[in-house]
Write a protein that binds this ligand. Structure first.
Ligand code: PMP
Length: 353
């Protein structure tokens, strides 16, 4: 039978596959880098006061934009907000990556980058991390159509210094360089301090991890007025009302509670360091993490098998069946109790085999 003409015009894409959101109760969920603690009480209190859902939200999300600008000591016209950093990053790809040269990102990194590149038909070239999963900055000195990578990188958890980032930006004055700082609050160094100096640098962050608000979908970018204005123009050509009203006002409340933010982040860092030591005792190996997850491998036991067996015990971690990393598990840092349950699982697993 002949293929219908309209079917030939359907865009075929291979979508990004997010981590599983299990429907069953009583699971230990360490697979999507969520924060195990609730958002600030200020956020929860404000939630009860949400009203006027009848009205469209402010398309410019001014209250939130202004609060973010205040928090980072930049001007409001240097801030772009969106529905999670995924939305912000997608807008940035669409706005900035329109050259003929390929954009560069690491071969092991956030797996949404090649999906957006494919969707928007942006040529790209992956640059291989070294054998210790470090970014080789010289790879990014070649001619390119733009650069994007997370710092700290995901899923490796490795953070690079501000000097390292600045070197890459300095060598790329003719491209837009995007640093995805989804995990920066857990020990990384932010490049926001460089945006005044480099008009081509965009830094993207999120409320999903360190601010415990993955469910609200709030992300933002900070950069020069020129970059932000260009992103606004694209966004308003696509959908004016991306941020809903509750996200705008609850985001503001979260930023007001710096004490709670710092406490929560510190708790997660402490749990990460303790849990890492415990994992080492069991023979696991992993790079030093500056994030809320550890990227671990074991010289004897198969990551895939451990992932599957843990899942049967209702403990969810992330496993990527991909070249170079198919014997690794990405484990989100949950509460101490959750990590203890995972350690108990590993101990039992190692004994019974
Ligand atoms: N960047 C990186 C590196 C991530 O791991 C994630 C989380 N999946 C995101 C961006 C997107 O996070 P969100 O859309 O929740 O802000």
């Amino acid at each position: 039978m002949q293929v219908k003409e309209w079917k030939k015009n359907i865009r075929t894409v291979v979508p990004y596959i997010p981590g599983e959101q299990p429907k069953e109760e009583n699971v230990i969920k360490l697979n999507t880098n969520e924060n195990p603690y609730p958002p600030s009480k200020k956020v929860m209190d404000k939630l009860k006061e949400i009203e006027n859902l009848r009205l469209y939200p402010d398309p410019s999300a001014k209250l939130l934009v202004d609060e973010i600008a205040k928090h980072f000591h930049v001007n409001s016209n240097q801030v772009f907000v969106g529905v999670g950093s995924d939305d912000v990053l997608a807008m940035a790809f669409l706005t900035f990556f329109n050259g003929k040269n390929p954009i560069f990102f690491p071969d092991i990194t956030y797996s949404f980058y090649d999906v957006w590149a494919e969707l928007f038909r942006i040529p790209y070239e992956k640059q291989a991390l070294d054998s210790e999963f470090r970014i080789k900055k010289e790879d990014y000195y070649k001619e390119n159509g733009g650069i994007i990578f997370p710092n700290p990188n995901a899923p490796t958890g490795i953070g690079e210094s501000l000097v390292f980032i600045e070197d890459i930006v300095k060598h790329n004055q003719d491209s837009v360089v995007i640093i995805d700082e989804a995990y920066v609050d857990f020990g990384g160094e932010s490049a926001i301090s460089l945006v005044e100096q480099y008009e081509n640098l965009l830094v993207v962050q999120t409320f999903s991890k360190s601010r415990s608000m993955a469910g609200m979908r709030i992300g933002y970018a900070i950069g020069s007025e020129t970059l932000i204005q260009a992103m606004q123009n694209v966004k308003y050509s696509f959908n004016s009302y991306t941020m809903n009203q509750p996200s705008i006002s609850l985001g503001v409340e979260s930023l007001k509670d710096q004490t709670y933010f710092e406490e929560t982040v510190k708790k997660i860092i402490n749990t990460r360091e303790w849990f890492g030591e415990e994992l080492k005792k069991l023979g696991f190996e992993f790079p030093n993490s500056k994030t809320n997850f550890l990227f671990v491998t074991h010289p004897i036991y198969s990551a895939k098998d451990m992932y599957e067996k843990a899942r049967k015990e209702r403990i969810y971690v992330r496993y990527f069946e991909k070249p170079r990393i198919d014997n690794y598990l990405r484990i989100t840092i949950g509460t101490e109790e959750e990590m203890k349950a995972l350690l108990t699982f590993f101990k039992k697993y190692m004994e019974i085999r």
